[in-house]
Design a protein around this ligand. Structure first.
Ligand SMILES: C[S@@+](CC[C@H](N)C(=O)[O-])C[C@H]1O[C@@H](n2cnc3c(N)ncnc32)[C@H](O)[C@@H]1O
Length: 225
């Protein structure tokens, strides 16, 4: 199976297939509030893979010092007011540790080698008394996608599931996004992590599982081991 991410559509497309113009249109749907409620007031927050700063801008407004990392300058250009660093996550060396490191957007569901590199960067930039916050595709997402309603529309964004090929532990998915006259597609591969395996995945990255932040097991915390 080809694991490579592929994106199509108008405007710049990142290495992992994300359409910059599409992400610039996306509203938040509670992500900043979930992170804010899980961390101390005024905590410094480093987001790995921050894109347009969709989650970080509201977190800054909630009183956090925020820094965003992304390998796409086109994405970062949408957050002129934010402190950002254009870098691959894997090789990031900021020489500073944060109260909170955030890895959202299902990036922990990357292939196992990339995932472990991401986790090493999380740990490297997390204070010994800090909190890591993750957003994953929960195990149930993998079981359900093949049978999900293929077309869904929310807030003017129409999502069409064009492919959902479940070959455990991998899901090859392709989604089409339509907003007005514009259409983007994004094909990528996600790796399921069961709740039991997550403990070991985190431990291999020097982290200890903390708490589920949402009942659907999408959001959770971890601490330095
Ligand atoms: C799905 S987008 C999500 C952006 C943001 N977290 C949000 O929720 O709006 C993933 C972002 O991670 C970035 N990214 C993916 N892999 C990366 C890597 N290895 N190093 C740096 N940035 C990466 C992409 O450029 C993209 O902006």
């Amino acid at each position: 199976m080809d694991d490579n991410p592929v994106g199509t559509g108008p405007g710049a497309i990142t290495n992992d297939g994300c359409a910059v113009e599409f992400y610039a249109l996306l509203p938040t749907v509670g992500e900043p509030e979930i992170v804010h409620a899980a961390v101390p007031p005024g905590a410094s927050i480093l987001e790995l893979g921050c894109g347009t700063g969709r989650i970080l801008r509201p977190l800054a407004a909630l009183g956090h010092e925020v820094i965003g990392i992304d390998h796409s300058q086109d994405m970062l250009a949408h957050s002129p007011g934010l402190q950002t660093v254009c870098s691959p996550i894997q090789s990031l060396e900021l020489d500073r540790a944060f109260d909170v490191v955030l890895l959202a957007s299902q990036m922990i569901n990357s292939d196992p080698a990339t995932r472990q590199d991401f986790l090493a960067t999380v740990r490297r930039h997390l204070r010994d008394d800090g909190i890591a916050v993750f957003q994953q595709s929960p195990p149930s997402w993998f079981e359900k996608l093949e049978h999900a309603e293929p077309v869904r529309e929310t807030a003017g964004i129409r999502r069409v599931i064009r492919l959902a090929r479940w070959e455990p532990p991998r899901m090859r998915a392709e989604i089409e996004y339509q907003v007005g006259e514009k259409t983007w597609t994004h094909a990528w591969t996600s790796y399921q992590i069961t709740d039991e395996a997550m403990v070991d995945v985190l431990a291999a990255g020097g982290l200890r599982f903390g708490d589920w932040l949402t009942a659907d097991h999408t959001w959770f915390t971890a601490y330095p081991a």
